[in-house]
Write a protein of this length. Structure first.
Length: 160
């Protein structure tokens, strides 16, 4: 079998092994990168929120998005929209920090809309997050934002 230079598994699915920076952008092979989030981790909702908050506070919203993606894929069906919306908020911040205001604003607004149907599950500050997302979507300009400075609080308390 020949070596696969495109980082694909034997079934052709992408398995990009390139190092990534804190915003999830691929770096050249051999460059030091940020440790990747393991995929497919099943966490309790509180653990999901704590890990995502830690990553957001560290200016790594792309990695927080992956934590939320695990929650939406492994959680109960009635919570799929909640966790998917949370992932969209994180990736919206990622795009804003990467200098993509159009994509960032769209994802922030889409995420805010998606989570709006929930009261306050697991202490998530749904109204506060929706307000944060709408405000950031309006403020994004052509210059990238600082992801750590703009990181939202996920819950109404200091610690989820």
């Amino acid at each position: 079998m020949t070596e696969n230079p495109r980082d694909r598994d034997f079934e052709g699915r992408a398995r990009n092994a390139r190092p990534r920076d804190g915003l999830g952008r691929p770096l050249p092979y051999g460059a030091p990168g940020v440790e990747r989030q393991p995929e497919g981790v099943v966490r309790a909702p509180g653990e999901t929120l704590r890990e995502a908050q830690r990553l957001l506070d560290a200016g790594m919203p792309f990695h927080a998005h992956e934590v939320f993606e695990d929650a939406w894929k492994s959680g109960p069906g009635e919570e799929e929209a909640l966790w998917r919306g949370m992932a969209q908020l994180a990736v919206g911040l990622t795009h804003a920090a990467r200098g993509n205001p159009t994509g960032g604003a769209r994802l922030l607004l889409r995420g805010a809309e998606r989570i709006s149907g929930y009261e306050a599950p697991y202490g998530i500050d749904v109204p506060g997050l929706a307000s944060w997302a709408r405000d950031l979507a309006e403020r994004i300009e052509n210059a990238p934002v600082d992801a750590a400075v703009e990181a939202p609080r996920l819950t109404g308390s200091d610690r989820p």
